[in-house]
Write a protein that binds this ligand. Structure first.
Ligand code: SF4
Length: 467
């Protein structure tokens, strides 16, 4: 089989395609009584893709199982962001190969961002012929066809149809309370360390009319919260003619009367004053902003291709806090970017001290093959990077705890989502500022937004009770 030409396929122009997943060719009896095992790694985008994959499998009659040994089809929805992603994929494939020895009809499928990487596809074709289907992030809509037309040979479809935006997608949503809603796909920013523009393509925004239609359906179904999802939501609409910008989209989504609106992820470069005004003005837009910093050093930010300086980031942060003093702001920080000096790292600590984030996701730089940063020379020893990460985490955690302590004694609205995994006598939910709250004896309130009095604070969660 010939390897698809990914580069050529990426030159396709934008076009919209109406797509209804329940095609008359797909019969829910085709695989009746058979089970699917779906494992998803990575970000919210992948999790949401997993909801589409589940719906497509169920349209063929499969039902879910969390036991690999019971499965008739196994789908691994991969993530390419971290270096250990490859280890996870090949480790998992080892288990699948073993399972296929006792069940030769087992269908094995690989998808997600790694399935968009040319070297991974080559390796799957040459060294893992027992993998039945491979499909990319642009080809999820073809899953049923891939399964039905496999004819006992490896069926690979990773062509990048990146100009296409599919509508009418069915999802098997994980929650009946809160839902992800894609507002755009891909990203145009090409930060030098990031694989996303290569695996998910250039930015394609959905039409606002389609987004509103989806949110209105969710309101009818009783959903309490939507999270507008994109790699860079602030750039929403820039790729479409005569479309709303993100501030405009937030306003119209707000008018659907969904009780809570969140959005991820924001890029500081595209964050406008208009957006801050809108977020501050509408009660159902939550005062929670994830604002990735990545580095506090303007020198490193330039090498990362982030398009803002330390000073510009701080100016934006201060504007947000001035407009919404009670908002929570979280961030992402990469430690040990190639040739990060002690001085650069201290700049990062300086920003953390100035912003006092509610929390931060911190990582050691991990080179992704095919990105410009992976080619940069790096003299910083891993031990130094680990030391820096440890120091950064201690600082970040101290601010998280301090931020959480401010809630103790206050009574605040919490959307209660379900039974706590750690303690079945407790339920968990989130404040408008995205603080996790564990609450005793409140099972009757699942799915509702209720006032909760905060009784205790830890670094990563709050305890509360309903009085
Ligand atoms: S904004 Fe940068 S880090 Fe975020 S997805 Fe786009 S390229 Fe990657």
């Amino acid at each position: 089989m010939q390897l698809p030409n990914l580069t050529e396929a990426r030159k396709r122009t934008t076009k919209e395609v109406e797509h209804i997943y329940l095609n008359e060719n797909y019969n829910a009896d085709t695989f009746k009584g058979q089970k699917y095992f779906l494992r998803t790694y990575g970000c919210q985008m992948n999790v949401h893709d997993g909801e589409e994959i589940a719906a497509r499998l169920e349209s063929l009659g499969f039902t879910p199982t969390d036991k690999l040994e019971e499965a008739n089809i196994v789908i691994l929805n991969t993530c390419a962001i971290r270096e250990n992603a490859h280890d996870k994929l090949y480790g998992f494939l080892g288990r699948c190969k073993h399972a296929k020895k006792s069940n030769k009809d087992l269908i094995i499928g690989i998808c997600g961002c790694m399935a968009q990487e040319e070297n991974v596809v080559k390796e799957l074709m040459t060294k893992h012929p027992y993998v039945d289907i491979v499909f990319g992030t642009h080809n999820i809509h073809e899953l049923q066809d891939l399964i039905l037309n496999r004819n006992n040979k490896q069926n690979i479809n990773v062509y990048s149809c990146e100009g296409e935006v599919y509508e009418n997608i069915a999802y098997k949503r994980d929650s009946k309370i809160k839902a992800w809603v894609n507002i755009q796909y891909g990203c145009d920013k090409f930060c030098t360390y990031c694989i996303v523009p290569y695996t998910r393509g250039k930015q394609r925004s959905r039409k606002s009319s389609e987004i509103i239609k989806e949110v209105e359906e969710l309101v009818k179904e009783g959903y309490q919260e939507v999270t507008l999802l994109g790699q860079n939501v602030n750039a929403y609409g820039k790729d479409l003619k005569d479309e709303l910008n993100f501030a405009g989209l937030l306003k119209v989504v707000s008018k659907t009367n969904i009780p809570r609106i969140r959005f991820v992820t924001s890029h500081p470069w595209d964050f406008t004053d208009e957006m801050i005004d809108v977020i501050a003005s509408y009660d159902n837009i939550m005062p929670y902003i994830h604002l990735p910093l990545q580095s506090g050093s303007s020198r490193i930010l330039k090498l990362m291709g982030r398009r803002y300086t330390k000073e510009e980031y701080l100016e934006l942060f201060n504007k947000i806090k001035k407009a919404m003093p009670n908002s929570s702001v979280t961030t992402d920080i990469i430690v040990g970017f190639p040739n990060e000096t002690e001085e650069d790292f201290n700049e990062t600590l300086d920003v953390v001290n100035k912003c006092q984030y509610d929390s931060a996701f911190t990582f050691i730089f991990s080179p992704r093959e095919g990105t410009p940063a992976a080619k940069m020379k790096d003299e910083v020893p891993m031990a130094t990077k680990e030391e820096r990460l440890h120091k950064l985490n201690e600082l970040v955690n101290s601010y998280s705890l301090a931020a959480n302590k401010k809630y103790v004694g206050k009574t605040i609205p919490v959307l209660i989502e379900g039974i706590s995994e750690k303690d079945s006598n407790k339920v968990f939910g989130y404040t408008d500022t995205m603080k996790l709250v564990n609450i005793s004896n409140a099972q009757d309130y699942i799915g509702q937004i209720v006032d909760v009095t905060i009784t205790d604070a830890k670094s990563f969660s709050l305890d509360g009770e309903i009085k």
